[in-house]
Ligand binder design. Structure first.
Ligand code: NAD
Length: 469
């Protein structure tokens, strides 16, 4: 990233009066049956794959202009989601959509589960990985045969504009609409009836989405955030832990839903862990991370101010410098932070890492369980009993042992939160399932028709039933 200030761009918009007709048009397309055949789904998925491949330069440029994302991170953690998810869906489309046998009493017929598309779905994305978090759920919705509205985040306006301009060139715009905009447009969208809403973002808006959805009994998937703890015990390999924590925390300048939010370290290894994290930060970003092309900016002034406020008044071990003009905050480590401080109450979502000490694993578990269930939980330890204890005594959306972030990369695993960190999950087959209805079907033969189940209910029939149940 250059040291140029990130210029504000105009907030994208969409004529609110066109929202209802747009949704109506999509519903007509869905009702016509056009989106159901596998051939349509395959064509759309191939279009999305081609979009990711052919427009990656434009997307990287937009992500850099919006928040100074390094090209490699833009290509791996954001745009890269397109090819991973689209290829997986294309490879497995037939398998996923095949009716699933559900063996029961053959005398009654053949049972199977058939996946139906839900209808017209709404996908609302946030700004921190603005391409992947819009297109990845879209892929699941397409594989399942739905029509949809995609709502990119207005907070990254250039990426929103690039998506709205380029993606329609690759997809069926009678079935897929992109509605740009902010609160006004999203509120108007939420007035409409959808068959599913997948929302990614903060929990306050998650509540607004769920309340609006409830008016039409629309099911929701909420991909939210929270404070993901990172526990380090005295057996941990501290060199590895320092590097992996620094990577997971400071990529995208901490603006990652599953970034380690704070550290709970056994006091005997606190000093060594801090040294190791500091060393890693220096190796990654050099003497001045502000000059590093590998370090992202805070997305805007509002978030810069929010994070700066959270940092204020705490003891800085390293980092701490900041420049609102450039939306820059240095990778920062705090120590001695009281658990009651505001920075320990709300999700930090920035490059600031408080380190708190604990005396043993029980204390760490108690600390985690005394707070809202997190989206991710990290443990660095070489003690398998500790690992088992933490996994069995805590609940989180996902977990990674001796690592950070990477568990999200395995599309075979569901990605989602629990409790206040979210509901429902997606990625890979789980995305397809999220946007499908599992219809239970019994196909009866007509030749066998046992009289046993029909009236009159004779004593003989009743005696037989008594033996059966
Ligand atoms: P954001 O500000 O981009 O908001 C998300 C979406 O909600 C946007 O499309 C926005 O237009 C819409 N929105 C905002 N206010 C609204 C309102 N009043 N009514 C209706 N819609 C509204 O993103 P954000 O919320 O700042 O995102 C950061 C949060 O998202 C963090 O908490 C982070 O942990 C979480 N997050 C979760 C995941 C996940 O997969 N679980 C991924 C990324 C981010």
């Amino acid at each position: 990233m250059s040291s140029d200030p990130i210029q504000e761009a105009p907030i994208p918009s969409f004529p609110v009066s066109e929202i209802a007709p747009t949704v109506q048009r999509l519903r007509q397309t869905f009702d016509s049956g056009r989106t159901r055949p596998l051939a349509w789904r395959k064509e759309q998925l191939e279009g999305v794959l081609a979009f990711g491949r052919e427009q990656s330069e434009a997307l990287v440029a937009a992500l850099q202009a919006d928040m100074g994302k390094p090209e490699l991170e833009a290509r791996t953690s954001d745009i890269g989601q397109i090819s991973v998810e689209a290829k997986l869906a294309l490879k497995n489309l037939k398998k996923w959509t095949r009716p699933e046998g559900a063996g029961w009493m053959p005398v009654l017929g053949r049972s199977f589960v058939q996946r139906d598309p839900l209808g017209v779905v709404l996908i609302i994305a946030p700004w921190n990985y603005p391409v992947g978090l819009l297109v990845s759920p879209m892929i699941g919705a397409l594989a399942a045969g739905n029509a949809m509205v995609l709502k990119p985040s207005e907070v990254t306006p250039r990426t929103s504009a690039a998506l709205a301009e380029l993606l329609p060139q690759y997809i069926d715009t009678d079935a897929i609409a992109i509605v740009e905009g902010g609160v006004e447009e999203t509120s108007a969208l939420l007035e409409e009836r959808f068959d599913h809403i997948l929302y990614t973002g903060n929990g306050s808006v998650g509540r607004i989405v769920m309340e609006a959805a409830s008016r039409n009994l629309t099911p929701v998937t909420l991909e939210l955030g929270g404070k993901s703890p990172c526990i380090v015990d005295r057996t941990a390999d501290l060199a590895v832990a320092g590097r992996r924590i620094a990577w997971g925390k400071f990529m995208n300048a901490g603006q990652t839903c599953i970034a380690p939010d704070y550290i709970l370290v056994e006091s005997s290894v606190e000093e060594a862990l801090i040294e190791s994290i500091q060393k890693a930060v220096h190796e990654f970003y050099g003497d001045d991370p502000g000059q590093s092309s590998d370090y992202t900016r805070i997305v805007n002034r509002r978030h810069h101010e929010r994070i700066s406020k959270l940092m204020t008044g705490h003891s800085v071990v390293f980092g701490g410098s900041s420049d609102p003009e450039r939306c820059y905050i240095e990778p920062t480590l705090l120590r001695g932070v009281p658990p009651t401080a505001p920075i320990m109450q709300e999700e930090i979502f920035g490059p600031v890492l408080p380190v708190l000490t604990i005396e043993n694993l029980d204390e760490a578990i108690q600390f985690v369980n005394g707070r809202e269930k997190p989206l991710a939980l990290y443990l660095f330890s070489q003690d398998s009993a500790a690992e088992e204890k933490v996994l069995s005594e805590t609940t989180s959306g996902g977990a990674c042992m001796n690592g950070t972030i990477l568990h999200i990369g395995n599309s075979k695993m569901p990605f989602g939160g629990v409790g206040p960190s979210g509901m429902g999950a997606y990625h890979g087959r789980h995305s397809f399932e999220t946007f499908s209805h599992r219809k239970a079907v019994l196909r009866r033969g007509i030749r066998l028709d046992p009289k046993m189940m029909y009236p009159p209910y004779t004593k003989r029939k009743t005696d037989m039933i008594k033996k059966m149940f």
